[in-house]
Design a protein around this ligand. Structure first.
Ligand SMILES: Nc1ncnc2c1ncn2[C@@H]1O[C@H](COP(=O)(O)OP(=O)(O)OP(=O)(O)O)[C@@H](O)[C@H]1O
Ligand SMILES: [Mg+2]
Length: 423
């Protein structure tokens, strides 16, 4: 097994005729182009620096088109980087072709050989890349006496086939596809095919697994099951894994750490709950968590007061030094749906009108809009809706006005210009 190190990776593709010149760039201050002034290339990855530890399960997550697959293809060697270095263990693999990198990749569309049985699909890669030490695995399974009289080359081949057989059965057992070994791909369901594709990568026992949205063709139930299987297998095998998904639930439940990408750049790398609790910028805050974090514009009044048009809040003392530089300025307050609590009317609470109620059984989500209390009636101001999570047994009706307490120790503050978190 090995760690994977990405050092300042850039990737640009030649621009095709008629393609638009401007590319989406992140609104963070880190945005810059790989080759300034160039009008003939599309910059897809910029300044990617990441260390995936030996045996770690790293998830790359980000919206469609942010460069996740491109990054995996660079690591696998299917595409050369425009700049930067890629290390697998202590080897700089930039000059090496895919075969010599000792990396197995599983794609979203599993390409099995249709004319081969599941067994032979699994064995195919093994027969091509026999690894040291495999001869030992199948020992002690009979035939020792006869082997003694066979030519050396046949003995070696038998030894190898036996090791391969042992390995295939081990992997097939782990993935619960043992009873499918004699079938052809066309006789398998989508989920079974996907597991065979995973098995083929695992059987090779590579230094690194790269998986590009391997579950996206599966139905919800099978997806959850296979997700657990992959995580368990990875733990058992201890193989360094980089797993691409655009599904934040998959990222949160599978990764030892998550690298959040947007517009060709890494936004933040952290353990799942650290990412959730301490997002580095608004993009991460919004992308991780479902429904996403709510944002409100507030004014800072040092030392600890935050004023919104509808409520005012005193923050815990720990905020003092962080708020001081922003005294009198506008900041963006972020608060997650579960940290807005239905409470009695009070100046520190936010009055809202309920617009939608989604009762899921285990919990209920409300879509609400801040309202203005006047002498005579409640007036709805033009304000963006907010998402609130409440207990399922709390009765709420559409059109009702409720008051929400904003938990001061759960808020996040962001600079509206740079979109970076105030830390
Ligand atoms: N060979 C290529 N030539 C030109 N542009 C490319 C090429 N391959 C990818 N791109 C562009 O690079 C960007 C990133 O693509 P990539 O496939 O890496 O995204 P992704 O994050 O994997 O998206 P998805 O979640 O949809 O799979 C896209 O804008 C894509 O159009
Ligand atoms: Mg992709």
């Amino acid at each position: 097994m090995a760690q994977v190190v990405l050092e300042n990776i850039y990737k640009s593709f030649p621009r095709r005729q008629g393609e638009r010149v401007d590319r989406p760039t992140p609104k963070s201050e880190h945005a810059e182009t790989a080759d300034p002034g160039s009008t003939t290339t599309v910059n897809v990855l910029r300044r990617i620096t990441l260390t995936v530890a030996d045996g770690e399960f790293m998830v790359l997550v980000g919206p469609s088109g942010c460069g996740k697959s491109t990054l995996l293809r660079l690591i696998a060697g299917l595409e050369p980087p425009t700049g930067g270095n890629i290390w697998v263990g202590d080897r700089l693999v930039n000059p090496l072709p895919p075969k010599q990198r000792d990396i197995a990749m599983v794609f979203q569309s599993y390409a099995l050989y249709p004319h081969m049985t599941v067994y032979d699909n699994l064995a195919f890669g093994l027969r091509r890349t026999r690894r040291k030490g495999w001869g030992d695995e199948g020992r002690g399974r009979g035939g020792e006496g006869l082997k003694h009289y066979l030519p050396k080359s046949i003995r070696a081949w038998l030894e190898q086939e036996r090791a391969i057989d042992h390995r295939i059965h081990t992997v097939a057992q782990m993935l619960q596809i043992e009873e499918l070994l004699d079938r052809f791909p066309k006789q398998l369901s989508g989920g079974q095919k996907q597991r065979v594709a995973l098995g083929r990568a695992m059987a090779r026992n590579p230094q690194v697994f790269l998986m590009d949205e391997p579950l996206s063709n599966l139905d919800a139930k099978l997806r959850t099951e296979t997700r657990t299987q992959i995580v368990n297998l990875q733990r058992k095998l201890g193989t360094t894994t980089i797993y691409v998904t655009h599904d934040q639930t998959e990222a949160m439940t599978m990764g030892d750490r998550i690298a959040v990408m947007n517009a060709g750049q890494i936004q933040q790398v952290a353990r799942p709950l650290d990412l959730y609790n301490h997002p580095a910028n608004r993009f991460v805050a919004e992308f991780i968590g479902s429904p996403p974090m709510n944002f409100l514009s507030v004014q800072v009044k040092a030392p600890l007061l935050i004023q919104h048009s509808h409520f005012r809040l005193t923050l815990p003392e720990g905020w003092e030094s962080r708020l001081q530089p922003h005294d009198g300025r506008s900041l963006t307050l972020g608060i997650r749906p579960e940290h807005l609590i239905i409470s009695p009317p009070a100046p520190k609470n936010l009055p809202v009108r309920v617009e939608r109620v989604e009762a899921l059984g285990s919990e209920t989500y409300l879509t609400v809009r801040p309202t203005e209390m006047t002498e005579t009636e409640i007036e709805i101001r033009e304000a963006s809706p907010l998402q609130v999570r409440i207990e399922p047994d709390r009765p709420v009706v559409i059109g009702e006005t409720i008051w929400l307490a904003v938990s001061p120790d759960k808020i996040h503050l962001f600079d509206p210009a740079s979109r970076e978190a105030i830390v």
